[in-house]
Structures are given as structure tokens and as C-alpha cells.
Design a protein around this ligand. Structure first.
Ligand code: UD1
Length: 420
């Protein structure tokens, strides 16, 4: 397995542009299934493993996908398969988006249960209940969902919880439906807005994305278009924290800072100086970081669960104590025992972690357990004394591209060693 070897202690300095958001790209790729007419061009395609795997799933469905110099050219006119088997569905959580899109296009689909990061139970009951409320008949056999949407109808669907994935799946299923659908108590994440903007650019009529109620007026067809998805707020946040934890100075561009205001607020409390423009953000870290006191993950626009591990890691070397409540996923502290190997003082009690800042961390051999927790171990390695080896970085590469190259450009000393 590939690993990162980090010689800690270098102060990060310089500028970095972030890739397009993984969590926007993936549902947008699934949306292309719905397009029966013309070519789709998606710019700034990131080489995250999740994106590569999603493209492979589209190809298995008979869709033409070409990747040239960061541009994805997709034509879904030839889509002919309605079955996503377990060997590809298990590669990523977002494979479940093919369910809504295939039902939208063909009104029938067979999709295996999805894989993805092991950060909690991650059921799909809210997706399935919403689909059933729209008239989809669903049976299950041997881990495969057999779905029939020939009697798809409209109405108002109220989600029990504002699930990001369920909101996206239901929109995908409803776009080419017969009747108007309103999804209430839906999620408001900016990546959902981006997917809806893309669908609308192809001819869909989706209103209200970004609020807690989305309305979908059905259309009979979608046509190809060109699109550049939004920048990745989680990667941007990770680089900002990398600069903060090394007492550095950074400008991060290619992303709208308004979509991660909750992190910016926390970094200001920690003593960092931040200057925000429309598509870039500058951070200068102080000599001594202060604890932010409390981190509580919430649905958007609250503090994102996908930045919890990175900010908790910053807290391990900040003056004072901090309490972290993880309210979204139940297994998001798996990186903590690895941080403790590096000298961090953290106690986990259920869904809360209690962090007492220490003077510094020391390098150790650690293991990435999931995507964001893995990235946090890299952050810890950047500020630690001596060498840190982060193993199993395949988790990290699901959602970060060339992390070692970008960090070295900022002055870090990190080397990627390929697996045997
Ligand atoms: C998406 C993001 C992920 C992010 C998360 C929360 C993508 C590809 N992934 O994941 O990076 O961490 O939003 O911002 O966009 N739940 C159920 N039943 C369901 C669906 C969800 O109980 O049917 C629960 C989940 O187990 C979890 C919570 O709801 O505890 C939030 O899940 P959800 O918002 O659906 O997140 P994802 O779409 O999986």
C-alpha cells in the first residue's frame, strides 16, 4: 500500500488552487445518465479515485467517457445497462446516485448497496423511503435493490433527516418524471446546489436548491452542456489548517470562502488572521494557536463533519482545551488513536472527544482509516517533530489529488512511496 513519509516542522508558505469539489463532481457525473441528447463537457476534472471509479461505473452502463487534459467528455445517448453490480457499487458511497438517475432515465434499475468510507452505519433508508413515496416499487435480494419506477408520481416528500445523498437521489429520480415533486426538509449543501445548477443547464426545472425545500417540475428531456463544478471547500479547509498548524501563511484560491464560513470563524478564534475575497482566502497563523473551545458538526451551513478531523488535529497543538461533538456520523474518531501515538492528548467518549492541547506532536508510524481522518494525520505529520509515516493513503487519495506535490510546493517535506 502506498504511504506518505513526512519530515515535520516546515512552515508552509505560498499559494495553492483547489480542485473541483468531489462531492459536487460525483452527483454531477451521475446526473449525466439522464442526458439522452448531445455531448456533455465537464471541466477541471479532478483525478480523485472516487471520480475515476464513478467514471468507470458510467462506462459499464454503456456511457462514453473520455478524459483529456482535465476535461471530461461524456455522451450518455448510448446508455443501455440498468444494473450496477456489487463489484463496482462497493467502490464508493456515491454509486447509490446511479439509482435515482437510472430510474429517472429508464424507470427501472438494479443497484447493489454502496461502499465508501467506514465512518458509521450509513444506511440508505431515507433514500429508499423517499423513492417509495414517489411511487417506486423496491424489492431487495442478495444485496441488490430491484426498483421499478413505471408508476412514478409527484407529490410532497418530507425527509426525516436532511440527508445530502437522499436529497440528490430524489432530485435525480424526479427530473424526468411526470408530475411535480417537492422535497421538504431537504439538505442545503452547496454541492447539491451545484448539481441542480448543472441539471438546470441541461434543461431541468429545479427550484429552491440551497433552501430546505426543493421543487422539481418535470421535463421530457435533457440536452448536453458544458459545466465547471464548484471548488472543494473541504480541500480548501484542509490547506488552511495545514498552514495554521505549521504557523505558516497561505493563499487558497479556486473556491468561494462563503461556503465554509463556519471554518473561517473557528480559525479566527484560534488566532489566525484571515482575509476573504470572492474566490480566494488568505491566512496567516500566529506563533501560539488558541483553542477554539467547542466544535459541533452540523448539517450545512453548520460546521461540516468533513472538516471535523482536521480541526480537531489543530486543537491538539493549540493552547487550552476543546470539546468536539460529532453529530452526523457515529464513527468519525477512528483517527484519534493514531494521533495519540503522536503525543496528542484526546479522550473519546461516545460521540464526543475532549482535546487538551500539547506543546507539540512527535513523528510516528500511523494508519489512515478513512478519507478525512487520513488527511488529518498528514496535518499532524506536517507539524510533528521528526518523521511521520502515514500508511494506507488510498483512503486519502479518494478525495485529494497530488497532496504531496501541493504541500511540497508550499514548503513541506513529504514524499509519496508507492506500494509494492
Ligand atoms: C455526504 C458527503 C459526505 C459528508 C456528508 C455529510 C457526498 C458524496 N458525501 O454524504 O462527504 O460527510 O454528506 O455532510 O456528498 N442517513 C441515514 N439514512 C439515509 C441517509 C443518511 O440514516 O438514508 C444518515 C447517515 O448515516 C448520517 C447522516 O444521515 O449519519 C448524514 O448522511 P448524509 O447527509 O446522507 O451524507 P452522505 O450523503 O452519505
Amino acid at each position: 500500500m502506498a504511504k506518505y513519509i513526512i519530515n515535520g516542522g516546515a512552515r508552509l508558505e505560498g499559494s495553492v488552487a483547489v480542485e473541483c469539489a468531489k462531492n459536487a463532481y460525483l452527483p454531477i457525473l451521475a446526473s449525466t445518465i439522464l442526458c439522452e441528447h448531445g455531448d456533455i463537457t465537464l471541466y477541471k476534472a479532478p483525478r480523485f479515485t472516487d471520480v475515476i471509479n464513478m467514471c468507470a461505473i458510467l462506462e459499464r452502463l454503456g456511457i462514453a467517457v473520455k478524459h483529456e487534459n482535465g476535461v471530461l467528455r461524456i455522451n450518455a445517448e448510448s446508455a443501455n445497462a440498468r444494473f450496477v453490480p456489487v463489484e463496482v457499487a462497493k467502490l464508493l458511497r456515491s454509486s447509490i446516485f446511479t439509482l435515482g438517475a437510472l430510474l429517472g432515465r429508464f424507470k427501472r434499475a438494479r443497484v447493489a448497496y454502496p461502499g465508501g468510507c467506514d465512518i458509521g452505519l450509513r444506511p440508505i433508508d431515507i433514500h429508499l423511503k423517499g423513492l417509495k413515496d414517489m411511487g417506486v416499487k423496491i424489492t431487495e435480494s442478495h444485496g441488490i435493490l430491484n426498483c421499478d419506477a413505471t408508476a412514478l408520481h409527484g407529490g410532497t416528500i418530507t425527509l426525516d433527516f436532511a440527508s445530502v445523498g437522499a436529497t440528490e437521489n430524489l432530485v435525480l429520480c424526479a427530473v424526468l418524471g411526470r408530475e411535480r415533486v417537492v422535497i421538504q426538509n431537504c439538505a442545503r449543501e452547496p454541492e447539491i446546489v451545484d448539481m441542480c445548477n448543472f441539471l438546470n443547464k441541461m434543461g431541468a426545472r429545479i427550484y429552491g436548491a440551497g433552501t430546505d425545500s426543493i421543487e422539481i417540475e418535470p421535463v421530457s428531456r435533457l440536452v448536453g452542456t458544458e459545466y465547471t463544478p464548484i471548488g472543494d471547500r473541504i480541500i480548501a479547509g484542509t490547506y488552511l489548517i495545514a498552514a495554521a498548524i505549521t504557523h505558516g501563511e497561505i493563499e487558497v484560491s479556486g473556491v468561494n470562502p462563503a461556503i465554509f464560513a463556519s471554518l473561517i470563524d473557528k480559525l479566527r478564534v484560534s488566532g489566525c488572521l484571515l482575509r476573504v475575497k470572492s474566490d480566494k482566502i488568505y491566512l496567516k497563523s500566529p506563533k501560539t494557536l488558541k483553542s477554539v473551545g467547542l466544535i459541533e458538526t452540523q448539517v450545512y451551513p453548520g460546521f461540516p463533519t468533513d472538516l471535523q478531523a482536521q480541526l480537531l488535529t489543530l486543537e491538539t497543538v493549540s493552547r487550552g482545551s476543546c470539546v468536539v461533538h460529532e453529530n452526523i456520523f457515529e464513527s468519525r474518531f477512528k483517527f484519534v488513536p493514531e494521533l495519540i501515538k503522536m503525543g496528542a492528548r484526546v479522550r473519546v467518549r461516545g460521540l464526543s472527544a475532549f482535546v487538551d492541547g500539547v506543546e507539540g506532536l512527535s513523528g510516528a508510524e500511523v494508519y489512515a482509516k478513512d478519507l478525512r481522518g487520513g488527511a488529518s494525520l498528514v496535518l499532524a505529520g506536517l507539524c510533528a517533530n521528526g518523521y511521520t509515516i502515514v500508511n494506507d493513503i488510498f483512503h486519502i487519495e479518494r478525495g485529494y489529488q497530488d497532496l504531496d506535490i501541493r504541500l511540497n510546493e508550499l514548503g513541506a517535506d513529504i514524499r509519496r512511496e508507492a506500494g509494492a
